[in-house]
Each structure stands twice: as C-alpha cells, then as structure tokens.
Design a protein around this ligand. Structure first.
Ligand code: GAL
Length: 341
C-alpha cells in the first residue's frame, strides 16, 4: 500500500515533469505552414525576406511588411505578383520564440510616386547590421519599381535598433543592377553586401565603406551566369558558407551552397544542402538568412520564406537547424519543427 505521503510525492513529481514537458514543447518553432506564427500580441508575424540582428542580448527580426491585396502586374513576361510597399517591420525577442512587434521601423511614403518608398514601388529583403564605430544601425534593402527595372540598393540609418530609420536613398553599386541581397558583418568589423546583379545572372559581393553607408571599390563577380538569388551567408570553421536559391520568381526551386576561404571568393559550389522531404524544392521555401545563435557553439538557424504568391501577406516561415559536417560542409535536413536550444 502506498502511503498518503508517497502518493503526494508522486503527484508533485507528475506536476513538475508535466510542467517541464510543456516548457520544452514551448521552445519549438513549428514549420507547419497551416498555422500562423503569432507575435506576443497574437497577430501573425509579418517580416518576410528578412534577417535578424543580435544586439546586446536581444534579437531584432526585420522584414518586408506585406499588407493588402496581392496583384499581378500586367504586361510582364514573368509572374510579377506584388503588394504595395508598406515598410520594414521589426520584432524583438530574447528567446527567438516570443516576438514583440516593434512597429514599422521604415515606413512606406505615400505621396510622391518618385520616392523609392512610395507604395507603388518594391522594397524587399531588408537586413540590418550595427556599426560599432559610428554606433549606428544600418539597413540595406532591395529597392525597385513595380516592374523590377530600377534594380537598386537602398540604405537607411538609425541610432536605435527599433527605429525610426532615416532613408538615405538608393543606387546601383558599381553601376550594376542590385536586386535580392543580404549584408554580412565579418568578425573584423568589415561588412559586405551580396546581391544579384546583371539581370540576376551573376552574384556580386562588395565591401561596404567603413561607415557601412556606401560601397568601397572592392567587389567580385561570382557564379557568373548561374542566376543565383536569395543569398544567405554564415561562417564556420574559418569557411564562408553561402546558400542561394535559383531564379524562379516566387516559385520554389532547388537551393545550392558554396564555400570559400575568403568572402570575396573564390567560391566552390558543393550542391544542395537540403535533405529529406521536398529537398529538391527547398521544402517549398526560399532562403533569406542564416542566424548564428548567440552563445551557442556551431548552432545556426537557416531561415526560409514560404511564399504564397497570390496572397503574399499570408506567406509563412520555415526555420531549420544547420548540421555542420566538416570543413564547411553542411546539411539542412527537413524537420517538422525546430527546437530552440
Ligand atoms: C524572387 C526573389 C524575391 C522577389 C521575387 C519577385 O525570386 O527572391 O525576393 O523579388 O522574386 O518575384
């Protein structure tokens, strides 16, 4: 016979264990795209084509705030689905799971149609890095006209991570087209912009000026005529690892990764990093950013967008762990959910 005391002890143990299981299951990002990922106020997270900045103990997730109707621009020889420019959203989090909406840190500018941020234009793939010398937060983004003929890189700056950022304008770096892009800040403080150029045929890697607000003369042309988009980069074991997508508008295709000893190249293509169900279609996602998790050894999260091309606002996210094999060799296996360690 169990004594009352023993039963009580077993009960307490059950309650404690149950609590732990719940706490553990709460540390999971679901990759099921049936449900929305909600922010701390219960609204779907709206930060597409985004990237994450870790600054002083907080993660800041910046992305395209897509709202309103998706329309198909007539007269294009490709499926040019678009939403109006609303701006760049920012969400903050301490644990990568619970995200607080910090508002639009760069806002669309109705009024003058010639303004880059006018709703009728295109603003995509914003990324923010911190310049510890100037103490400024610098945002780079793809700026375009609705038909994607402008192909420019836009830049904005702010004293705080949560805005409001001041838009400084756009340009074609090295007089070359600039569309899908990311920004990488290296361990030595130098920063680089990686962007699809020459009508998306060739990927440029260009060093930013010391204040990160412009480009130095140094740049390289990579994967010539290979049409790579959606660049996402990280560094492990002294190797740079660059994941890209193919070029098929909002439709999924096979990802590819390359490794290099220097960020400016030369890059060696390894192949598709994705494994498991639908790996040949990047799990129906497209790369946007690779996040090194703060304070964790070799723990990287690959972030993908799962585009809903006819209703872009409803696009979802896929977050997967990156397995580091060796010497920069990686694998991104499909997981129904990602456990945040
Ligand atoms: C994708 C690109 C997106 C967006 C889209 C427009 O290939 O990665 O950022 O530009 O095309 O169709």
């Amino acid at each position: 016979m169990l004594s009352k005391y023993k039963i009580l002890r077993i009960l307490i143990l059950f309650i404690l264990l149950g609590g732990r299981i719940i706490a553990q299951s709460n540390r999971v990002v679901s990759n099921s795209t049936e449900r929305d990922w909600l922010d701390t106020s219960g609204m779907p997270i709206n930060a597409h084509g985004g990237g994450i900045l870790y600054h002083e103990g907080t993660y800041y997730w910046y992305g395209e705030y897509k709202s309103g109707k998706t329309t198909l621009l007539p007269g294009q020889n490709w499926e040019c689905y678009r939403t109006d420019v609303s701006g760049v959203s920012c969400y903050s989090s301490k644990d990568l799971l619970n995200w607080k909406f910090e508002g639009l840190v760069l806002k669309g500018m109705p009024g003058n149609t010639h303004n880059d941020l006018h709703p009728s234009n295109v603003l995509e793939r914003p990324k923010v890095i911190y310049n510890s010398k100037t103490k400024k937060f610098v945002m780079w983004m793809h700026i375009d006209t609705a038909d994607y003929s402008k192909a420019c890189a836009g830049v904005a700056v702010c004293d705080t991570p949560t805005g409001e950022f001041k838009y400084l304008g756009s340009q074609r770096p090295h007089k070359a087209m600039s569309r899908d892009q990311t920004i990488y800040k290296d361990e030595d403080g130098r920063a680089y912009q990686i962007f699809s150029s020459e009508d998306n045929a060739t990927l440029y890697i260009s060093e930013l000026t010391n204040d990160y607000l412009g480009h130095k003369e140094t740049y390289t042309r990579n994967f010539e005529n290979k049409f790579r988009e959606a660049p996402a980069i990280f560094k492990t074991n002294n190797k740079y690892v660059l994941v890209t997508s193919g070029c098929s508008a909002w439709n999924p295709n096979e990802a590819e990764y390359a490794i290099a000893d220097s960020i400016l190249g030369k890059w060696t293509v390894i192949g598709n990093p994705c494994t498991g169900k639908d790996a040949d279609k990047t799990f129906y996602g497209q790369s946007t950013f690779i996040l090194p998790v703060a304070g964790k050894n070799k723990y990287y999260i690959a972030m993908f967008d799962k585009w809903e091309k006819t209703d872009l606002e409803k696009s979802k996210y896929i977050w997967l762990p990156i397995l580091i094999i060796d010497e920069g060799k990686i694998e991104i296996p499909w997981k129904d959910s990602l456990i945040i360690k």
